[in-house]
Each structure stands twice: as C-alpha cells, then as structure tokens.
Design a protein around this ligand. Structure first.
Ligand SMILES: CC(=O)SCCNC(=O)CCNC(=O)[C@H](O)C(C)(C)COP(=O)(O)OP(=O)(O)OC[C@H]1O[C@@H](n2cnc3c(N)ncnc32)[C@H](O)[C@@H]1OP(=O)(O)O
Ligand SMILES: CC(C)C(=O)C(=O)O
Ligand SMILES: [Mg+2]
Length: 514
C-alpha cells in the first residue's frame, strides 16, 4: 500500500473543458471556455485540458486563446496518435507558458478489433509515432492508453514502455468505461509501477469514469496504488455518467488526515464558486444532494440531526462549509424538524415562547408542510404573531400575454391597507414581466439571487412550489409560494420576499414572553 505522504504532490488535471465538454448538453462557447479556464487556474489546478484542437475550428480557437492568455497551470490539448491531430495541438498551444500534448490510442482487444482494426504491433507503432511527433513540438507529453483497464496487462506494459522510450512524461491509465473496482484499480497501478521500464521517471495518472458511480473511489484507489496525477472535472461532468468529480476528490484527500493528506495545491474555498460558474455557463445544475457543492451538502432538515448540530456541529458534518466556499451550514425547517430547531429559529427571530405555545406553533408549522416543502421565517412569524403580523400584499389576479417579441404581465394586488393596485409591465419572458409588474405595484425592488420551481405531489394533486431569494439592503431574503399554477406560485414567492422587506423596514420582531 502506498499512502501518499505529506511530501507527495498529487497533480490535479482538470478535463472539464475536454472530456466534460464532449458530453451531450455541455458544449461551451470559446468565451465561456476561456472564462472557465481562468477560474480553474485561480482554483489552483496543475493542468487544464482545454480541448481537442483538431475536432473543429471553434475548439482550435478556444484552445489557442486559453494557451495565450491563461497562466498558472499547464495547458493541455488532446490528440489521437495521428499527425494531423498532433500538429493541430502544437499550433493551438503555441504561446502557452507550459504546453502539454496529450496523445492517446486505444489498447484493449475490443477497441483494437472493432474500433481501430489494428494489431497489437500497429497500436504500439502508433503510440510511439504519436509521442515522438508530440515530443518534437513540446517537452511535456502525456500518453493515454484508452480503455487501459480492459487491456491485457502485459500488453499494456509493452505500450507504456514504447511511450516512455518515445519521451512521454506522464502515463495515463483510463478506466474509459467505468468498469473497474477500487481494489482492481489499485492492483493495476501497483503492477504498472513495478513493470513499466523507467516507471520511476514518469508520473502515473488515473482517469476514471463514473458508469458505476465509482470514479472518485477508483481515483483514490489509484493514488493508493501509486498514481500521482488524477484527471477529473468540476461537478463530475464528462462522457456518459461523467468523470471523477474534482471537488469530491480534493476534499477526500483533505478531510482524511493521515490517509489522503497529500497536498493538491487547490484553494478549496473556491470550489463552490467554480462549480456554480460551470452550472451558469452550461445551464445544468448539480443535484441538491451532490457532495460538497449541492444545495443539501451542508443543510439539515431532520430534527435529530438539527438537535445534534445545534449542540456540536461535528455530530453531523465532517468538514467546515466555509472550507469549500459556503457561508455556513443551514438548518432548514420542514416536516422532519423537531423542537430544538424550531425553538432555536424562533429565538433568532426574537421570540422566546412558553412550552405550550411552542407546541402549538410546531404543530401548525408541520401542518403547513402538507402543501410546502420548507417552513420559512415568514411562516413562523405569521404563526406566532397571528393577526398582528398583518396581511401584506396579496395577489388577486394576474394575466400574461405575448406580443411583439415581449411578454406583458398585468397584476391585480390587494395592498396591506385594503386598496386594490393594478399594474402592468413587459419583459423578456413571463417571469421577467411578472416580477417587473409586482415591483411596480408594491414599490419594492430587489436583486433576484436564485429562483427555482419544483413540483409537489403527482397527478391531479400536483402543485407547483416556487422558492426564490433576493438581495436588498445588504441582506438575502427568501420567499416561497405554492399554487396549482407555477406562475402564480412564483408571484406569491416574490410577494413573500416583498412583504418581509416591508416588515423588516417597519419594525423589529417583538419578544413574546420571557
Ligand atoms: C475516450 C475519449 O474521450 S476519446 C476522445 C473523444 N473525443 C472526440 O472524439 C473529439 C471530437 N471528435 C471529432 O471531432 C472527430 O471524431 C474527429 C475530428 C476526431 C475525427 O473525425 P473523423 O475523421 O470524421 O472520424 P470519426 O470520428 O468518424 O472516426 C474516428 C477515426 O479515428 C480513428 N481513431 C480513433 N481513435 C484513434 C486514436 N487514438 N489514434 C488514431 N486513430 C484513432 C478511428 O479508428 C476512426 O478512423 P477511420 O475514420 O479511419 O475509421
Ligand atoms: C482520451 C482518454 C484519456 C479518455 O478520455 C478516456 O479514455 O476516457
Ligand atoms: Mg474520458
């Protein structure tokens, strides 16, 4: 077993812009790729694989621009063992401070026979030719044996021997189809390190895919087996089920002291913002329960966990949210919350209730979860204050129509003083128009920070739940609305925030009982 020591440097090779981009739904424009490459350099990755220059003029241009302007990381470009691909890489990387050509060829019997129609000897010749051509153009050449994991071990050693002899500095061992298990991966790396000629002079690299959900576990096992570079992507994007997620790998190495305590050089406090930048660029959000960067990664809804967290956060958290870029953990009140968490939130809002009143508020709050997922501060305030809380702005009617490339929204609201206010606005799409009309009617404006619509229930019972947050006066406030109509749910959520803003401006909450 070769656990890394603190003197071992695990190189982080990010391939979000190559393996990530080549999967359905993730194509990025050149300017988006450049912006993301800058973010990766700031994050502290060692290598940015910027693309496959020979695949299209657009990818060539993006790699070229990244090579010219992004500093702080090696810039790699991918090529088949094919003179045209290698030449395109060399030209695109011209201007990079630390260029790397990454040449690959399949080695497994399946790929040799069905894909390449090449004998073992021909594969070795191509590997040798590709690496030699690349070394004629740059010093830093990485060679990958595609589908290495399903390749005969002795043959894999022969191919890697040829690549090292031709000048490759990094030998990448992809589990291209995500078929390996951790024990097998570790054994393969140990075998290669023991058998490849000149193994001590090269860096072994792992490139694991997630078809069985094992990409991160396999990458860590590869490190145990001696890999000192891991190829990964932000949010785990990549072919099919994706590649190993960078944020998970890096945090696994950081969180397990004495086990994976090797230095990666990553500024982990930038992980969340880098993940969110990628989501904004691609329009694809990570799932709520995604490790490290998902909305639930540091959020607690169940009463027993919340009670533990309030006593000592280590009871239910193995890392500090701030270490990966979250402002803090979140105690989210919902159907599964208990007394400790509800009383704590009420205390934060300025209410200290007698036991009996607390029981009533908890029962009423739980009843609300028949029709909404989350119990918001405004719900608790309404339950405690009753009539005193005031009616706030309410939606009476709304109408949306499309004309002349714009959407028109007309809202009819009942104001806190009982008046009816009718206002119209137009926008680029129904949500923009609706929120503009609500803002004109109420006189409240805030910067929308997040907006999500979920469905609750199924079939005839289905309702839309809208959650949004807005920033105003230096504070973030969230609002929630439910309705059979998702646009109406969105309007209710918007007014929920507006009402909170108005109440906050009017008065501080009162202390109910000592
Ligand atoms: C596991 C991976 O992620 S591999 C990288 C995947 N990335 C990409 O495919 C990048 C985008 N690809 C493309 O733009 C195109 O496929 C190109 C430009 C690379 C090639 O396009 P085309 O010439 O039209 O070929 P096509 O894609 O149909 O087939 C691939 C060809 O490359 C050959 N090939 C595949 N891998 C290699 C390799 N590593 N070395 C040499 N030849 C290879 C195949 O045998 C096939 O050859 P053939 O046309 O003589 O049958
Ligand atoms: C090109 C190689 C490294 C690859 O992406 C794979 O084999 O999965
Ligand atoms: Mg891959």
């Amino acid at each position: 077993m070769s656990h890394p020591t603190t003197t071992d440097r695990i190189r982080i090779f990010d391939t979000s812009l190559r393996d990530g981009e080549q999967s359905p739904g993730f194509t990025m424009s050149a300017s988006q790729k450049i912006a993301f490459a800058h973010a990766l350099a700031e994050l502290g990755v060692d290598v940015i694989e910027a693309g496959f220059p020979n695949s299209s003029p657009a990818d060539f241009g993006a790699v070229q621009a990244i090579a010219r302007e992004v500093r702080g990381a090696s810039i790699a470009a991918l090529a088949r063992c094919h003179p045209g691909d290698i030449e395109a890489c060399a030209r695109a990387l011209d201007g990079a401070a630390a260029p790397r050509i990454h040449a690959f060829i399949s080695t497994s019997p399946l790929h040799r026979k069905h894909k390449l129609n090449m004998s073992r000897e021909q594969v070795i010749e191509h590997a040798s030719m590709g690496v030699t051509l690349a070394r004629n153009r740059v010093d830093d050449v990485e060679f990958s044996a595609e589908d290495a994991f399903r390749t005969e071990r002795e043959f894999l050693v022969e191919v890697f021997d040829a690549a090292v002899a031709a000048g490759a500095r990094t030998l990448n061992v992809p589990d291209t189809v995500g078929y390996a298990t951790p024990a097998e991966i570790r054994a393969l790396f140990e075998y290669l390190r023991a058998n490849v000629k000149g193994a001590d002079g090269v860096v072994f690299s792992a490139h694991c895919h997630n078809d069985l959900g094992l990409a991160v576990a396999n990458s860590l096992a590869a490190i145990e087996g001696g890999a000192r570079q891991v190829e990964c992507t932000i949010n785990g994007i990549g072919e099919r089920a994706g590649n190993a997620a960078l944020e998970e790998l890096v945090m696994a190495m950081k969180v397990r002291p004495g086990y994976f305590n090797a230095d990666t050089g990553i500024d982990t406090t930038r992980l969340l913002e880098t993940s969110r930048l990628l989501s904004r660029i691609t329009g694809i959000q990570v799932q709520r329960n995604k490790a490290i960067v998902g909305l639930n990664a540091f959020a607690h809804e169940s009463g027993i966990h919340q009670h533990g967290m309030l006593k000592h956060r280590d009871t239910y958290e193995i890392m500090r949210p701030q270490d990966v870029g979250w402002p803090d953990s979140q105690i989210v009140l919902g159907r599964h919350s208990g007394r400790a968490a509800v009383a704590d939130r009420l205390r934060q809002l300025g209410y200290v209730l007698e036991d009996e009143q607390l029981d009533q508020v908890i029962a009423a709050a739980k009843a609300l979860t028949q029709t909404q997922h989350i119990i918001h501060d405004a719900d608790l305030q309404r339950l405690v204050e009753g009539e005193r809380y005031g009616p706030g702005w309410r939606i009476s009617a709304m109408h949306l129509s499309d004309a002349d490339d714009a959407t028109h929204a007309r809202v009819d609201l009942s104001a806190p003083d009982g008046r009816h206010v009718v206002q119209s606005a137009e926008g680029d799409g129904p949500i923009e128009a609706l929120f503009a009309a609500l803002s004109h009617a109420t006189g409240v404006g805030f910067v929308l920070e997040s907006y999500e619509v979920h469905s609750m229930g199924v079939g005839a019972d289905a309702r839309g739940e809208a959650n949004l947050s807005g920033r105003i006066d230096g504070e973030t406030m969230s609002g929630q609305g439910t309705s059979r109509d998702v646009l109406e749910a969105s309007a209710i959520a918007w007014l929920d925030v507006a009402n909170r803003v108005l109440r906050m401006r009017q008065a501080q909450p009162r202390v109910e009982a000592a």
